[in-house]
Design a protein around this ligand. Structure first.
Ligand SMILES: Cc1cc2nc3c(=O)[nH]c(=O)nc-3n(C[C@H](O)[C@H](O)[C@H](O)COP(=O)(O)OP(=O)(O)OC[C@H]3O[C@@H](n4cnc5c(N)ncnc54)[C@H](O)[C@@H]3O)c2cc1C
Length: 391
């Protein structure tokens, strides 16, 4: 008798969410609509993150999504972090990046590279009240990140850090910084080491805050380290292995920026679609004109393609499958789509799109950063090119 084989179930469609994921996303969406939306314009104008939002983000479990329950976190997936960044960025990409840096860079780095003692000490705080920041870039090392100049000198009981970091997101709000410094500039990337630096460490200070084109509520500051004494137990990973931490955390972080740009594009589209249904010209809603419908249809198609790239990269990561190429593609493409969609949204609004009384000009300004941070578009293409041409 021949054996009857049970067919393997087909994988679920990428955009189909589990019940838990669906509930999580709708909770974050409601939170963003009720708590963030009323503050967006003021935060942008004042270039200031409304401080009352931070405890609310913690209370909802959005600052330690992947922190395991045993360390006081939400015990969620990387994919859920991506859903959160997307949903928040649809309302305000400035708040999206705070949640993104916390979850996809800082929590991830600790989970992956932290010692058990570091995890016990820091992860519960990441989940409860501690904002993290990730300090790699410097004035003269951006794309060439491993040319960094910040020095770490070994002492008997720890390290002394000296140098300056630039462009550090969350710097105003953060209590803990993952700082990359070199033990030996002559060793090139092999000298780079990651340190956990508490904000109140003597010799550590937050410097000038940048006056930016977009994501203005997100703080972007210089960091100054002057004879900053760091205990040996605050080395993250091994001395000289910081380059690996930087490469690997940024690979994951790029999916987060993809989610930020995806949310931004969705937010701009939703505003444009609602406006097109309401705005009347020539006696009918502008959404009744085929040219406007086609614009909205093209934007929606590009957003859907972006969502597939971002979700696929995130689900690959959760499945512990290779995802570096897909992450770079997601970041590269999403930043292009965000810029195009936000630009088109401004046009759908006509003159009203050009003024601050309506939300789309801000989405347009905010979109620009997607092509720059966590690796410029050229750096993403370099990664993609290397991987698609390998073998
Ligand atoms: C708002 C904001 C927030 C940021 N947040 C953080 C943060 O939290 N932590 C952090 O560490 N950094 C952060 N950054 C820094 C960011 O990651 C860098 O700005 C980015 O990596 C680019 O570096 P750069 O500005 O020095 O540009 P450069 O590296 O000087 O690049 C300038 C141009 O040259 C191109 N280029 C450079 N090298 C090559 C090459 N080999 N091939 C082709 N083209 C090349 C680039 O693509 C770009 O178009 C932030 C930056 C901004 C603006």
């Amino acid at each position: 008798m021949s054996e009857v084989l049970t067919p393997t179930p087909a994988p679920a469609p990428l955009t189909q969410l589990s019940e838990d994921e669906e509930l999580f996303r709708s909770t974050v969406r409601d939170f963003a609509t009720e708590n963030i939306a009323p503050l967006v314009r003021q935060m942008d104008e004042e270039q200031h993150f409304a401080p009352e939002l931070i405890p609310r983000l913690f209370n909802l479990g959005l600052m330690g999504i992947e922190v395991p329950i045993e360390y006081g976190g939400s015990g969620g997936s990387f994919f859920e972090s991506i859903l959160a960044v997307e949903a928040i960025s649809a309302v305000d990409p400035s708040i999206g990046v705070l949640v993104d840096v916390q979850n996809t860079l800082c929590v991830n780095a600790l989970l992956r590279w932290g010692t058990e003692a570091q995890k016990r000490r820091i992860l519960p705080r990441f989940a409860a009240d501690l904002v993290g920041a990730y300090a790699l870039s410097e004035a003269s090392s951006g794309s060439d990140a491993f040319a960094l100049q910040t020095r770490a000198e070994k002492r008997s009981d720890g390290y002394t850090l000296n140098g300056q970091k630039l462009w550090i997101t969350n710097a105003r709000e953060a209590g803990l910084f993952i700082v990359f410094a070199t033990l030996d500039p002559a060793a090139g990337y092999k000298g780079i080491t990651a340190f956990l630096v508490e904000k109140h460490t003597p010799g550590f200070s937050v410097g000038k805050k940048e006056d930016k084109l977009g994501i203005r509520a997100s703080s972007t500051c210089e960091i100054i380290l002057e004879d900053c004494q760091i205990p040996a137990e605050n080395v993250l990973g091994e001395p000289g292995k910081g380059y690996k931490i930087a490469i690997e955390t940024l690979n994951e972080g790029r999916i987060g920026i993809g989610a930020q740009m995806l949310g931004l594009a969705q937010g701009a589209w939703s505003c444009a679609a609602a406006y097109a249904r309401e705005r009347k010209q020539f006696g009918k809603a502008i959404a009744d004109f085929q040219a406007v419908q086609f614009a909205l249809a093209e934007m929606a198609t590009e957003i859907e393609a972006t969502r597939l790239l971002v979700y696929n990269a995130a689900r690959l990561k959760d499945a512990k499958l290779p995802y570096v190429k897909e992450a770079a593609m997601a970041k590269y493409f999403s930043s292009q789509v965000a810029e195009r969609v936000a630009s088109q949204a401004v046009e759908v609004y006509g003159g009203y799109g050009f003024v601050k009384d309506y939300p789309v000009e801000k989405f347009y300004r905010d979109a620009k950063i997607g092509k720059i941070y966590e690796g410029t578009s050229n750096m993403q293409l370099a990664t993609i090119g290397k991987l698609v041409l390998a073998g």
